[in-house]
Write a protein that binds this ligand. Structure first.
Ligand SMILES: [Zn+2]
Length: 208
């Protein structure tokens, strides 16, 4: 099972000097700031999905968008907490761009440890075959896979709420097809003829 979530934050990154504030209609002191969104899995792996650079008026707190270049010219240290940016580096086993969770079926059968090992094996088999298009959003995409004994894939359906575009959807279907037959031997007791896999891409947005 995967616990997936996201959050956001705003970091003040230093003095942006005195600028004209369109709201106050006078010169005010501004602070550089970054607003960001992050995504996490299990609250442990975490990475930044979006950044916005702002100068914030110290009087009215109105934010004025600034370019990344202007921000970086003045701020050298990344203000976003390192754990938010690079939390996922903590566990080196997750090196691929994808994490696929064996999700649980209507009726869970067999020894939970065996089921977990089975899902991990399926996940590893598929993730090595996923060629993730560059623009794949950092959102989960669920794929329903139907199987026969022996691990043979009989159907792959992308769930309607998958946020990926056509190429992204094709890439997850092809990943499953390339991994066919999926692991089976040794996992007979954990086998179920249908499973839902969650693809999660982790774009390297960790650099400002
Ligand atoms: Zn102001």
């Amino acid at each position: 099972m995967i616990i997936w979530g996201s959050g956001g934050g705003l970091c003040i990154a230093g003095d942006a000097g005195v600028r004209d504030c369109p709201i106050c209609q006078s010169a005010q002191r501004f602070d550089f700031s970054v607003s960001y969104r992050y995504a996490h899995i299990w609250y442990v792996f975490s990475w930044v999905t979006r950044r916005k650079y702002l100068a914030i008026c110290s009087r009215c707190h109105n934010g004025v968008a600034i370019t990344k270049q202007a921000f970086q010219a003045s701020v050298t240290r990344d203000p976003i907490p390192v754990m938010r940016r690079r939390g996922w580096l903590m566990i080196p086993a997750i090196v691929a761009l994808v994490l696929v969770a064996g999700a649980l079926q209507e009726r869970q059968q067999g020894d939970p440890a065996l089921v977990a090992n089975y899902h991990r094996a399926v996940m590893q088999a598929i993730q090595t075959h996923w060629l993730r298009p560059d623009n794949t959003p950092a959102s989960p995409c669920k794929v329903r896979v139907t199987l026969q004994r022996g691990g043979y894939v009989t159907g792959v359906d992308v769930e309607p709420d998958c946020p990926y575009d056509e190429a992204g959807r094709r890439s997850v279907v092809e990943a499953v097809r390339r991994a066919d037959p999926l692991p089976y031997k040794g996992y007979e007791q954990a086998f179920h003829p249908s499973m839902v896999l969650t693809f999660v891409s982790m774009p390297d947005a960790s650099h400002p």
